[in-house]
Write a protein that binds this ligand. Structure first.
Ligand SMILES: [Zn+2]
Ligand SMILES: [Zn+2]
Length: 362
């Protein structure tokens, strides 16, 4: 297979010929049709999060099942699927209490004695799989519990977005924070995940949705997708601006960048009783400072892992929303490219030029 290989932080990915192993037991091979380039991939390239190299990055994808292991019952060749990094075992305490996104069971992974999933074609050296997916490749070898079957009339490039960014943002609003109808919301960061959180708040019926960003074009898109107000954080204290707009603060704030300052501002944007949900990946080792007295007025801060998803239930619902026009995905794809464009996609994302680049495979 052809894949983009990560060699370490701050190094460009290179396109290489690799070998994908045959599916064992409950594994499936999926022909990748589309893979979004997500900020989380960039965090590893930028070295904010460590990952062993060489590895194939990418984790926001959709494609068509090509081959299945002998114990697979959920899908068959020809099925259209979205991959999700929240692979679940289905039998552990987290899975059985409604939190499959927090499953850490190793039952869905290969044992160390099994052959590696991905190797170099030239010498058979192993290549690491990333987040159980590795979608910057024309084939993926996944556990069947890392995919959801979807209807075949759903365009696969838009379906790919649901695989991470949309699930993460919409899920943070609907599942993690459980935004209530009529409430007020502020979303810090209007990239792919932030735009999805805004749309989640809209679906939930929030009456006021304030988008905060420093890039004007992103704020314009946020408005198009459901923000009722925008705050340009490059020219003012955004938390104060949010408190002024809402007469004291919002019920729900979301941080969708992965920045200490934005997380602190999200918390400072809250009304009494409000809850700040941190979605972004704050760099390893970094601490968030908040003033303790605000807990006296029942302000809360919480994390969100992949939108607290139950993705086999959530993702098909989001597809219905999309097909009904209630979740807008077309606008979130700024560019389409080929696998070879992956480094350019990272550059454009860093420069704030795109909500999403989607890599298309033929
Ligand atoms: Zn992602
Ligand atoms: Zn589990």
């Amino acid at each position: 297979m052809k894949a983009a290989v990560f060699h370490g932080a701050h190094e460009p990915l290179t396109i290489e010929e690799l070998e994908l192993d045959k599916p064992m037991a409950r594994e499936v091979v999926v022909r990748t049709v589309a893979s979004g380039v997500c900020h989380s991939d960039l965090h590893f390239v930028d070295g904010f999060y460590p990952h062993p190299a060489p590895a194939v990055l990418g984790h926001e994808a959709a494609g068509i099942v090509e081959d299945v292991g002998e114990l697979v019952t959920y899908v068959q060749p020809g099925d259209h699927v979205i991959s999700c990094l929240s692979v679940f075992c289905g039998t552990c305490e987290k899975c059985l209490t409604g939190h499959p996104n927090l499953c850490v069971s190793s039952d869905t992974r290969r044992a160390p004695s099994d052959p590696p999933k991905i190797t170099y074609k030239r010498d058979g050296a192993p290549v690491q799989q990333f987040l159980n997916i590795s979608s910057f490749a024309d084939r993926m070898l996944l556990h069947e519990n890392a995919v959801v079957k979807i209807r075949q009339d759903m365009p696969l490039d838009r379906a790919a977005l649901i695989g991470c960014g949309v699930m993460t943002g919409v899920g943070a609003a609907l599942n993690t924070a459980k935004v209530e109808p009529g409430s007020t919301v502020a979303v810090y960061g209007a990239g792919g995940v932030g735009l999805a959180a805004i749309q989640g708040a809209l679906i939930a019926g929030a009456r006021m949705i304030i988008a905060v960003d420093v890039v004007e074009s992103k704020l314009a898109l946020a408005k198009e997708l459901g923000a009722t107000h925008v705050v340009d954080a490059s020219s003012r204290d955004p938390a104060k601006a949010v408190r002024d707009l809402t007469d004291g603060g919002v019920d729900y704030a979301f941080e969708a960048i992965g920045l200490k300052s934005a997380a602190e501002q999200a918390f400072s944007s809250l009304a009494a009783g409000g809850v700040a949900t941190i979605i972004g990946m704050i760099p390893v080792g970094e601490k968030i400072e908040i003033e303790g007295r605000y807990f006296l007025s029942e302000r809360k801060i919480q994390g969100s892992s992949m939108g607290s998803n139950r993705f086999r239930v959530d993702m098909p619902r989001y597809i219905e929303f999309y097909l009904q026009g209630r979740l807008r995905l077309d606008e979130m794809i700024t560019r389409r490219g080929k696998l070879e464009d992956v480094n350019e996609a990272f550059r454009a994302m860093k420069a704030g030029e795109v909500a999403r680049t989607v890599l298309m495979f033929d």
